[in-house]
Design a protein around this ligand. Structure first.
Ligand SMILES: [Zn+2]
Length: 414
């Protein structure tokens, strides 16, 4: 697509035409600001915007008075590099405009104090580079006794909300807290922290959780890590490989990276404000797409802007939608099992690049698919279990080394 070039060409043409007109008419092109240059302050080249509460990259860029189509496409392409679900209020976006102030030339997105995403805009594409300042990784065992609720105890230990939730969810699958938890119950958590300039960054990697109480017995959870980085399977499981989340639908892809959320956004295709009736996940062309739950195919074919599109009706009454596929491997009327491959990621229909559009329909209305509780798996398979067993051994050994460091025996020369 050449729209960036087109805009630039139209702009140059317009500028030339105006200049010719002005010269012909003999009008002085100076405007008041140029008459009193001494009153002008030197302008700050970088525009610095902070993502507000409830704000998005779209809303921040839309405030710049630039062509909305450009902004829509840039914000969408931005998601190719940054999972937009990780963007937090308070993150900073620095923008440098082109000399004519009509386009964005460069952007820097500062996500954590240590992570800087650099973008250079050229025509309609982004050139991306990541600058990650070095952090110190420290493994640590945290222990405590239950006071009031586990949530309160974890909060007191400085756990971030998402970490607290992972621990809570994991244990709740095994323990009836309301019935069996008592003050004084013991818990131990083995984590990896990232430390930058002496401060612990939010978000800890949780390797192990143990909870012991008189009525609860002892419950242990271990972290499983799949071969694929950011795999939907990564997380806490029981020793036997049972997921801590048992009742949820599956993920449509094995790695989830949100490019564009549900709701109001600048359409990357037309550049108008529109309601995005689903979510877009980044994925390479040809990546397998899975049915998120058992169901029956109600549509599988080419459908205008959706391109190759599959719709599956589930026993719950909800329908899931998978659009822009490069290929489809199911037929209308076919019955499907959760996790079955239904097709491959593509860019068919009204799409600006390979991605999966995932929609959720209730009755006749599109609803936000991120409301679905998605679960990587209920139980690890045999291959994954073998990997998990050796990971458990490493975790236990690491903890043992931390709790009982081996004494260093200096060899004495005689
Ligand atoms: Zn979409």
């Amino acid at each position: 697509m050449n729209w960036g070039k087109d805009i630039l060409l139209s702009f140059i043409f317009l500028l030339l035409a105006t200049f010719c007109l002005i010269s012909l008419m003999g009008i002085n092109p100076k405007h008041p600001a140029e008459i009193k240059p001494d009153l002008q302050k030197p302008s700050e080249p970088w525009i610095i915007q902070t993502i507000p509460d409830g704000g998005s990259i779209f809303s921040v860029l839309a405030n710049l008075n630039l062509p909305l189509k450009e902004v829509g496409l840039l914000a969408f392409k931005f998601g190719d590099y940054i999972d937009v679900s990780t963007i937090q209020p308070g993150d900073t976006l620095k923008i440098l405009l082109s000399e004519d102030k009509q386009h964005i030339a460069k952007m820097v997105f500062v996500q954590e104090p240590t992570t800087r995403h650099h973008f250079t805009v050229s025509a309609d594409s982004l050139v991306y580079s990541l600058e990650a300042l070095p952090v110190k990784r420290v493994k640590r065992i945290m222990e405590g006794n239950l006071e009031e609720t586990l949530d309160a105890s974890l909060l007191a230990m400085g756990f971030a909300p998402q970490d607290k939730q992972a621990i809570n969810n994991g244990l709740e699958a095994e323990i009836n807290f309301a019935r069996d938890a008592r003050n004084g119950d013991f818990f131990r958590i083995f984590v990896e922290e990232r430390i930058f300039e002496g401060k612990t960054l939010p978000g800890r990697k949780i390797f192990y959780v143990q909870y012991s109480g008189e009525r609860t017995g002892t419950c242990e959870l271990f972290r499983y890590e799949d071969e694929e980085e950011n795999s939907v399977l990564n997380g806490l499981y029981t020793k036997e490989g049972k997921s801590c989340h048992s009742n949820g639908v599956g993920f449509p892809l094995s790695v989830i990276h949100l490019v564009s959320p549900f709701g109001r956004r600048l359409d990357p295709f037309y550049g108008n404000w529109a309601n995005h009736q689903g979510v877009d996940y980044r994925a390479h062309y040809g990546t397998p797409v899975y049915a998120v739950a058992n169901g029956k195919v109600t549509d599988a074919g080419y459908s205008g802007g959706w391109g190759n599109e599959i719709r599956i009706k589930h026993p719950s009454g909800l329908t899931t939608q998978y659009a822009h596929l490069s290929s489809m491997s199911v037929r209308k009327g076919q019955t499907l099992k959760k996790g079955q491959i239904i097709g491959r990621v593509g860019s068919t229909g009204r799409s600006t690049g390979a991605h999966l559009h995932f929609g959720l329909i209730k009755g006749k209305k599109y609803i936000n698919p991120t409301n679905l509780k998605m679960v990587g798996t209920e139980k690890l398979n045999e291959t994954q279990m073998a990997r998990f067993k050796s990971q458990q051994q490493i975790i236990l050994q690491d903890m043992e080394n931390l709790m009982h460091p081996k004494p260093v025996i200096a060899s004495v020369k005689k």
